[in-house]
Design a protein. Structure first.
Length: 158
């Protein structure tokens, strides 16, 4: 017999749409803007800012949000209500917070709000880095935010 929390979780086949919906919800609520999920997987990845949040409990995963410094500064500016040229120093904090909130929204949407915990977000900046994660499956979505691509990846371990 499944535990009550487990019985309310949704099928993993719906997780990609739940991840996209989570990103849309968070950008709408925290940044005050709409993002578009892009089906074209050929969008360039110009990421020099990456937020990383771990999820542990009923399932284990790593959620990453990758974007350019330009997109990160725009996010910070809209979140804080300040000009973009003043927001660059706030970029890492803003991307970490958005990443954290997308992860939290996602775990709630898939029925694991009470059965999973989130790590403290980490943010990596620079031009020459790679993130390697041990994974069993990967869900990746591309968003378009104010003309800038943003990539969200969920590396899931059962």
């Amino acid at each position: 017999m499944a535990s009550p929390a487990r019985a309310q979780s949704i099928a993993t086949s719906t997780w990609p749409s739940a991840l996209g919906d989570s990103a849309k919800d968070v950008f709408s609520m925290m940044v005050g803007t709409e993002v578009t999920i892009v089906a074209d997987r050929k969008l360039p990845v110009h990421a020099n800012v990456t937020g990383v949040v771990g999820i542990g409990g009923a399932f284990s995963a790593v959620l990453t949000l990758r974007c350019s410094m330009t997109a990160g500064a725009k996010v910070a500016a809209q979140m804080l209500g300040i000009p973009a040229d003043e927001a660059t120093s706030q970029c890492a904090d803003a991307i970490g917070e958005i990443c954290n909130m997308v992860a939290g929204q996602f775990k709630a949407k898939v029925g694991h709000e009470a059965t999973c915990m989130l790590s403290i977000p980490s943010v990596i900046t620079g031009k020459n880095y790679a993130i390697h994660s041990v994974r069993c499956s990967e869900i990746e979505i591309a968003l378009l935010y104010d003309g800038e691509p943003i990539w969200i990846t969920l590396d899931v371990r059962s």
